[in-house]
Design a binder for this molecule. Sequence first.
Ligand SMILES: C[S@@+](CC[C@H](N)C(=O)[O-])C[C@H]1O[C@@H](n2cnc3c(N)ncnc32)[C@H](O)[C@@H]1O
Length: 284
Amino acid sequence: MKITRRTPTPHPFLKWVGGKGQLLQTLHAHFDEAGATGRYHEPFIGGGAFFFSLYRKGLLGRKQAMLSDNNARLVEAYQCIQENVDGVIRHLKKHKTKHEHDYYYATRAEVPTTAIARTARLIYLNKTCFNGLYRENSKGGFNVPMGRYKNPRICDEENLYEVSTALQRHKIQHQHFAVVRETAAPGDFVYFDPPYWPVSDTASFTAYHQDGFGENGQRLLANVVEDLTAKGVYVLLSNSMTPLIQDLYKAYTIEDVQATRMVNSNAKKRGKISEALVNNFAQV
Ligand SMILES: C[S@@+](CC[C@H](N)C(=O)[O-])C[C@H]1O[C@@H](n2cnc3c(N)ncnc32)[C@H](O)[C@@H]1O
C-alpha cells in the first residue's frame, strides 16, 4: 500500500505586526547564499514568519533554531504550544463556543493565572480583535476593541499541531536581543527583524510593545551586529530604508527591497515601501 504523507505546512499562529509576507523569497535566497553550517537564531521572533517558512521548505535541516523575543506573553505562547498543544486547543475550543460580544470583553478584562489559559486567551483575542493585531497599552493591558469578523478562525487545530511539531527540537526563550552576542558561535546564522525605525515622525508602528524601541535600541543592535561579524557569525537584518539605518550599517551590504508592509490600521497607509535588507556575508 502506498502511504502518502502530506508535507507539513506550519504557519504563524498569531497575526503580528511585521509579518514578512512577500519578503520571504528574498530572505530565503540570502539564507541559502550564506551557507551557514551552525545554528539558526531569531532574536525578534514575533509571529515567526521566516522561521516557519524555513521549516516548510526544509531549509533548517538538522540545524537547531534559537528563537527569542522580549515579549513574555508571546514567548510563553510558543512554549505552551511546544509543550502542551492539547491543553491550548482545549481552552481555545471553549473560547470558540462562547465567542460573542460580551464574552470578548469579559475575556479581555481578565488575565488568567495559568500559562495555558493565558496562551489560549492571547490567541483568542488576536483572532477576534479589531484588525487582528495584538497590542499592549503602556500598562501592559490589552485594550483593542472587538473586530467584526463573520467567522474568525479561533481554533485552527491542524496548524497548532503542525506548529507544535515544528517547534519540538528548538529553543524558545524570553530574552533581550543582545543576548545573542554571547550565544551565537562562529558559523551560526542570525536573522534580526527588529521593530523598524520610523519613516516619519507620525509613523506609530513601534507602538505595539510597551517598551518601544528607540534610537538607542537601534544603535545597540548595530553594535551587536558588529560584534557578531567579528566573531564570524552570518547576519541578515531587515529595517526601514531611512538615513539612520543606512548610516548604522554602511559597512555592510544594504539591499533595497520593495515590500507592502502593514504598518498602520489605516488601509490607505499600506502602500509599497522601501525596506533595507542588510547582510554582513562579505565580512564573515
Ligand atoms: C518586527 S517584529 C518581528 C516580526 C516577526 N519577524 C514576524 O514575522 O512576525 C519585532 C519583535 O521584536 C520584539 N522586541 C522588541 N524589543 C525587543 C528587545 N529589546 N529584545 C527582543 N525582542 C524585542 C517585539 O516583541 C516583536 O515581537
